[in-house]
Ligand binder design. Structure first.
Ligand code: N01
Length: 542
């Protein structure tokens, strides 16, 4: 099916299609599903040999989702959600991967993909009004539309440590974990980083290793997951009440099913505050940040809750000196809040040492381990890099994307991520990003924000087809206004108070700004709905 009745039409070339989708994670698969079901000719690519996206790569011990599985799952098909059984409250990586594989099979999506194939360049041909996509297999595909479903946290960050090449021990990245079991038994292991990945992996590595050293640059907040198996009864009840679960998700600004207080933390009296925080703590997980509605916008309220949480963390650590070192010193949630199982208790073990990089930094790697600036040496058999990602823009800028007049996205974004609605970029017609910078993405339940963005892209392509348009492009003026609005909103929040992957501050040389849309999912969805209702306000259709 040719996508539009007017404008550029596919040539007879077998490599021509309506839409190219990059990525086989939650976003890419759903996009491919929506488009192919409606008859579009789609070519899709992923550099991994299989589906799963982030859940394909992140196989480190303890990897699991920090959003409850009942909501961290597709809502687009009621049979799918009624039939699937989640074994645990927070699913672990193998279960999430199994779910994604099931979806790929159920909707027969694999046949549209070339796996093990990276996209190496995408160039907009202005005279033809089409994109030329070149892949690692040497193929060139001509397409009318081009969707980057490449994920927010998919380009690993590999910090350059002096002397790393000399190190003779084993090296692992949490974000590229081997498929076979890695054994740490009898080994001295160094873990670098204390973000979500390390917080999940370290307690399990500590159980195996002879000795584990955690190299911490910034202490993190973590809330217990209180993970547990889902009983048959609980799962059955959820399956029967899925409409209600999704309704609660849809009315929440963070995309998680919950109902919370309507006043701010600083307005609550002491007794009510204690009761609410105790309730939130016992419920556990990411929702601690939603225990009061003003925690990301009001520093005073945030401080009240941050201090309460720090006291809870302190109770979990036996040695007061270690506890001091593990105390976060920024507003809770400004860096992505972590969800843990026995993280802080891990530092009570005799075989675990916290190495505080604020006291002395890493001077270099040596053949045998790590030498610190103060001369201390740690002999290590293995090092685990849990050093995070070049988030939000890493995958979008990983290869050359060239729009009108040969302008590259890298050049356009040199000083920041200009975009319209987080889905489109002026100068790059018919190109879409799923959960790109400027959309709620990582501040919302990822699967739900993916579904909304994918539906928007699909509806837009359908709108063009039905109305005889060949092209859609964000107008520069609207793009500037949206970009300014995203920055303005971020400045009303705690998120800009600390360096993090949200701001780009974790990557040397990356422009620092706040990338996701922080105004809340509901507000964003309503904004996008209005744009569409106003006849795609801010877009040029031709
Ligand atoms: O990465 P991170 P992550 N020397 O960037 C440190 C999602 N996720 O992979 O904070 C020393 O959070 C760095 O230190 P600092 C989730 O959204 C979800 O853990 O920059 N240390 C930090 O401690 C999460 O937020 C799940 O000072 C260095 C750590 O490495 C996001 O992915 C599980 C360093 C990186 O932490 C990223 O999490 C896992 C250096 N040169 C991930 N460079 C769940 O669903 C970096 N660090 C639960």
């Amino acid at each position: 099916a040719a996508a539009t009745s007017r404008g550029a039409s596919p040539s007879n070339n077998a490599s021509a299609c309506d839409v190219v989708v990059v990525g086989a994670g939650f976003a890419g698969l759903y996009q491919v599903h929506r488009l192919t079901k409606a008859g579009y000719k789609v070519r899709a690519f992923d550099k991994a040999p299989g589906v799963g996206g982030t859940w394909y790569w992140n196989r480190y011990p303890g990897a699991r989702c920090d959003i409850e599985s009942l909501t961290y799952s597709y809502s687009f098909d009621s049979d799918l959600q009624r039939e699937w059984k989640w074994p645990q409250r927070y699913a672990e990586q193998p279960d999430i991967l199994r779910y994604i594989e099931h979806v790929a099979d159920r909707f027969d999506l694999r046949k549209h993909y070339s796996f093990g194939t990276s996209v190496e360049s995408a160039v907009f041909d202005e005279s033809a009004g089409r994109w030329k996509i070149r892949t690692s297999s040497g193929e060139e595909v001509s397409t009318q539309f081009f969707v980057m479903a490449t994920g927010c946290l998919s380009k690993p960050l590999e910090p350059k440590f002096k002397g790393l090449e000399q190190f003779k021990g084993e090296r692992y990245f949490t974000s590229r974990w081997p498929h076979e079991k890695v054994s740490f038994t009898g080994k001295r292991v160094g873990v670098i980083g204390t973000g979500s990945s390390s917080i999940q992996a370290s307690p399990l590595i500590a159980k195996e290793a002879e000795k584990m050293f955690v190299f911490q640059r910034t202490p993190q907040f973590a809330i217990p997951a209180w993970n547990r198996a889902m009983s048959d009864e609980e799962m059955r009840s959820a399956q029967e009440n899925y409409d209600e679960i999704r309704r609660l998700v849809r009315q929440s600004e963070v995309g998680i099913a919950y109902e919370g207080p309507t006043i701010g933390a600083k307005q609550a009296d002491a007794e009510a505050l204690e009761k609410q925080l105790d309730f939130a703590w016992k419920r556990g997980g990411y929702l601690m940040l939603a225990s009061y509605p003003d925690l990301v916008t009001d520093l005073e309220s945030n401080e009240i809750v941050s201090n309460w949480v720090k006291n809870k963390i302190r109770e979990r650590i036996k040695d007061p000196k270690t506890a001091d070192k593990l105390m976060p010193q920024y507003p809770m949630g400004a860096k992505r809040l972590c969800v843990d199982t026995n993280y802080f208790e891990t530092f009570n073990r005799d075989n675990v040492t916290l190495v505080d990089l604020r006291e002395s930094g890493i001077e270099s790697f040596t053949a045998k381990g790590i030498r610190m600036e103060d001369g201390t040496e740690y002999e290590l058999d293995a090092v685990v890099f849990a050093t995070g990602f070049d988030a939000m823009t890493g995958a979008l800028l990983a290869f050359d994307i060239k729009g009108r007049k040969g302008q590259s996205l890298r050049d356009k974004w040199q000083e920041g991520t200009k975009n319209y609605l987080g889905v489109t970029v002026s100068g790059f017609p018919n190109m879409f990003m799923i959960t790109g910078p400027g959309s709620p993405s990582v501040l919302y339940n990822m699967v739900s924000s993916i579904e909304q963005n994918v539906d928007f892209v699909f509806d837009t392509i359908e709108h063009l087809r039905k109305n005889g348009y060949a092209s859609i492009e964000a107008q520069e003026r609207e793009e500037n206004a949206w970009t300014k609005y995203v920055v303005w909103i971020s400045k009303q929040t705690i998120y800009t108070k600390v360096k993090s992957w949200y701001t780009g501050g974790n990557v040397a040389g990356k422009p620092v700004g706040f990338m996701p849309y922080a105004g809340g999912g509901l507000t964003y969805f309503e904004y996008v709905r209005q744009v569409v209702e106003d006849g795609y306000r801010g877009f040029s259709l031709s």
